[in-house]
Design a protein around this ligand. Sequence first.
Ligand code: PLP
Length: 398
Amino acid sequence: ATFLSDRISALQESQTIAMAKKSRELAAQGHNVINLSFGEPDFQTPQYIKDAAKRALDEGYTKYTPVPGYVELRQAIADKLRRENRLEYQCENIVVSTGAKQALANAVMSMVNPGEEVIVLAPYWVSYEEMVRLAEGVSVRVMGSLENDYKATAAQIEEAITPRTKLIMYSSPCNPTGAVFSREELADIAAVLARHPQVFAIADEIYEYINFEGEHVSLAEFDEIKDQVITVNGFSKGYAMTGWRVGYLAARKEIAGACEKMQSQITSGTCSIAQRAALAALEGGRSSADEMVTAYHRRRDLVLKLVKEIPGFKTPTPAGAFYVFPDVSAYFGKKAPQGETIENATDLAMFLLNDAHVAAVTGEAFGAPNCMRFSTAAADEKLREAFIRIKDSLEKLV
Ligand code: PLP
């Protein structure tokens, strides 16, 4: 509509809306739709965290909180970053937000001027490019290769840097690919940042705990570039707390202060009860996460085995997160029984929804048009059933 702002008109709609609608229709018709499109743990929040939320209510934590979050929570986050990530931050460096998503948006809005470039390592999480667009920045995609598990290299990043580059954004473990940057790879990226001190980086570490191989490395561990790094993390994935809406960032004082200012005018501090629950989550350590990770690991292995039996799917082994991200381009150009041609991953996703009744997400949404994303955060039997159906449906394509 013409009365809406240019800003909102330029914003992309979620690419999964048509799929979600079709999925609901099929379910309403009585079909057993297996939904592997969610980016959400299928576990409940651990009981001790729920109990802390109940206590918070009874203890009267019902008022506005400080904009950047309760001091106790920020202190617990600083302790966590020191203990688990070897990062030295004080309370004043930490801003607690309404999910990691708001932390990312705060950082982008606080850092990017109109026309400035943001290098987004692709495949990327769906919201990065739209946040950059809202800030009137220009996103510059740097695509990792299948051979390198979709991880962009330091050399590729350096090549993309121009005098207008302001930021680099990535997630590790990565949504959608599950790829995890090694210490060596991040050291190389840190060296690039050291050569370009005007360039900052947002390291999205929301999947930190869901890592099956090797260590988690924070980009901010590299001391000489620590002030150029904004570390984003949260509670949604590791503690199965998606609905609670608590995330945070850690950054140098000026950036944390800017994010606090942004947040103070838009949302204020996030929910008081959720913050108390997040504090309890951290005090409980990561053993509840470790239990869930055991399940994610088992399912990753299960799904990889099933996916490898599907001809034409090329799937790197995800080291973390809870997705598999096969290249499905071998099916492009084939014809479905009804006669329609599968032109791209979006068509294939729609075909699999209609024919196999399995919902997944087209790689288009993540800047990887040859791929599809399947969540492995579902019960083992569902995953087994889903990939058997997918294999059967794909055999109908000629
Ligand atoms: N970053 C990545 C890579 C994600 O996948 C997600 C959630 O899907 C988020 C950030 C947002 O997390 P939160 O629920 O804390 O806002």
